[in-house]
Design a protein around this ligand. Structure first.
Ligand code: NAD
Ligand code: TYD
Length: 355
C-alpha cells in the first residue's frame, strides 16, 4: 500500500479529473495535498472545482495553470510542491476532434505524457515510494468482435488518432517501469458518464439537445456498442490501483454494461420524457440518423477480472441509478451547461488567468 501525499493531478479541471478531485477529498481518507495541473483548454473548466477551492484552496488544494508540454513549467511545479505522485488524466479526449485535427492529440497525449515521465525519472528513485499512475481508454485495444472481450494481455490495435496517441502514451509509461524502474500503474477504462462531462460527448450532448428540442444525431446505424461506466466508479478504480496496484501493471476497469448507441439514446429519451413531464415519444421523435464517423469502432468490451481479483474493486453504481443521477445533475445545473456552451466560462478564465 502506497502512502500518497503530494499528488499532482493533471487535467483536474476536465470531466473525470474534477470528479476525481472531489472523490479524493470527499470520499476517501486522503489527508495530503492535491496540485491540479491543467492548461485549461476548451475542456477545462475551473468552475467544476469551486467547492474544493473554497474548502481546501491554498491549504490542501492548489491550481497551477500549466501546459504539460511545457517542460520547464512542469519542472517548477514538481520542485515547488515536492510531488511524490502523478495521477495523469490530462489529454485531448474527443475522437471526433482527433479526426479533424490530430496534431493537438499527439502534442498533449504523447509529448505531454513523455514530459511528465521525464520529470518523474529525473527526481524519483526506484523504491522511494513515489508513483506515477496513468489513465487510459479501452479504445487502445481496437474494435471487439461480438462475444470477444479485451484483456490486459490483448494486443493493442488503436484505430483513431485519439486512441493511437493514448496507446503511445501507455507504451511509454510501461517502458519507464521496465527500463528505469519507475513505479507506474495504468488503468484502462470504458466510456464514462456522469456530472461535469463536456456537452460534446454522447450523453450530455443528447440531454442538452432534448432540452433545446434539437435533433438527436445518431451516427451511422446506431448499432455501435459502448460499455458505460459511472464516473465515480472510475475514480475509485484509479485511486485503488494507484494505492494498491503492482508497479508495471495495467488494470482494466469497465462498466460491464454494454449498450448500442440507439438503445441508449432511446432509453435516455424515456427518462427525460418522464422527468420533464413530456408525453412518451416526445424526445424520441428527435432521433436523427446522420453520416457515420470515419473509422467508427463497432464495439468496445473490457474484461475486468484482474482488477476485481487482485485489487478488490467493483462497480457500485448500476446503470439505472447512474443515468438517473446524471440526468438530474444536468437538469439541476443548466447554468453550467449554458456557461460552457456560450463560452461564458472562457470569459471567467480570461479574467482570472489573463489569457
Ligand atoms: P476532458 O477532455 O474532459 O478533460 C481533459 C482535461 O485535460 C481538461 O481539463 C484540459 O484542460 C486538460 N488538458 C488538455 N490538454 C492539456 C495540456 N496540454 N496540459 C495540461 N492540461 C491539459 O477529458 P476526460 O473525459 O475527463 O478524460 C480524462 C482522461 O481519461 C483522458 O486521459 C482520457 O483519455 C481518459 N478516458 C476518458 C474516458 C471518457 O469516457 N471520457 C474513458 C476512458 C479514459
Ligand atoms: P463519444 O461520447 O464521442 O465517445 P467515444 O467515441 O470515445 O466512444 O461517443 C460515444 C458513442 O456515441 C460513439 O459510438 C459515437 C456515438 N455518437 C453518436 O452517435 N452521436 C453523437 O453526437 C456523438 C457525440 C457520439
Amino acid at each position: 500500500m502506497r502512502k500518497l501525499q503530494n499528488i499532482m493531478v493533471t487535467g483536474g479541471c476536465g470531466f473525470i479529473g474534477s470528479n476525481f478531485i472531489h472523490y479524493l477529498f470527499e470520499d476517501t481518507g486522503f489527508d495530503g495535498r492535491v496540485i491540479n495541473v491543467d492548461k485549461l483548454t476548451y475542456a477545462g473548466n475551473p468552475a467544476n472545482l469551486v467547492r474544493i477551492e473554497q474548502k481546501y484552496g491554498g491549504t490542501r488544494y492548489f491550481f497551477e495553470r500549466v501546459d504539460i508540454v511545457d517542460f520547464d513549467a512542469l519542472d517548477a511545479v514538481f520542485d515547488k510542491y515536492d510531488i511524490d505522485t502523478v495521477i495523469h488524466f490530462a489529454a485531448e479526449s474527443h475522437v471526433d476532434r482527433s479526426i479533424h485535427g490530430p496534431k493537438a492529440f499527439i502534442r498533449t497525449n504523447v509529448l505531454g505524457t513523455f514530459n511528465l515521465l521525464e520529470q518523474a525519472r529525473k527526481r524519483w528513485r526506484p523504491g522511494d515510494g513515489r508513483h506515477f499512475h496513468h489513465i487510459s481508454t479501452d479504445e487502445v485495444y481496437g474494435s471487439a468482435e461480438p462475444g470477444d472481450y479485451f484483456y490486459e494481455t490483448t494486443a493493442y490495435s488503436p484505430r483513431s488518432p485519439y486512441s493511437a496517441s493514448k496507446a503511445a502514451a501507455d507504451h511509454l509509461v510501461r517502458s519507464y517501469a521496465n527500463t528505469y524502474g519507475l513505479s507506474t500503474t495504468v488503468t484502462i477504462a470504458s466510456n464514462n458518464y456522469g456530472p461535469y462531462q463536456f456537452p460534446e460527448k454522447l450523453l450530455p450532448l443528447m440531454i442538452n439537445n432534448m432540452l433545446e428540442e434539437k435533433p438527436l444525431p445518431v451516427y451511422g446505424d446506431g448499432m455501435n456498442v459502448r460499455d458505460w461506466l459511472y464516473v465515480g466508479d472510475h475514480c475509485s478504480a484509479v485511486w485503488m490501483v494507484a494505492v494498491h496496484g503492482k508497479s508495471g501493471q495495467t488494470y482494466n476497469a469497465g462498466g460491464e454494461n454494454e449498450w448500442t448507441n440507439i438503445e441508449l439514446v432511446q432509453r435516455l429519451c424515456g427518462i427525460m420524457e418522464a422527468k420533464t413531464g413530456k408525453t412518451p415519444g416526445h424526445y424520441k421523435r428527435l432521433i436523427t440518423f446522420v453520416k457515420d464517423r470515419p473509422g467508427h469502432d463497432r464495439r468496445y468490451a473490457l474484461n475486468c477480472d484482474k482488477i476485481k481479483k487482485q485489487i478488490g474493486w467493483k462497480q457500485s453504481v448500476d446503470f439505472e441509478e447512474g443515468l438517473d443521477k446524471t440526468v438530474d445533475w444536468y437538469l439541476n445545473n443548466r447554468q453550467w451547461v449554458e456557461n460552457v456552451k456560450t463560452g461564458e466560462y472562457r470569459e471567467w478564465i480570461r479574467k482570472n488567468y489573463s489569457i
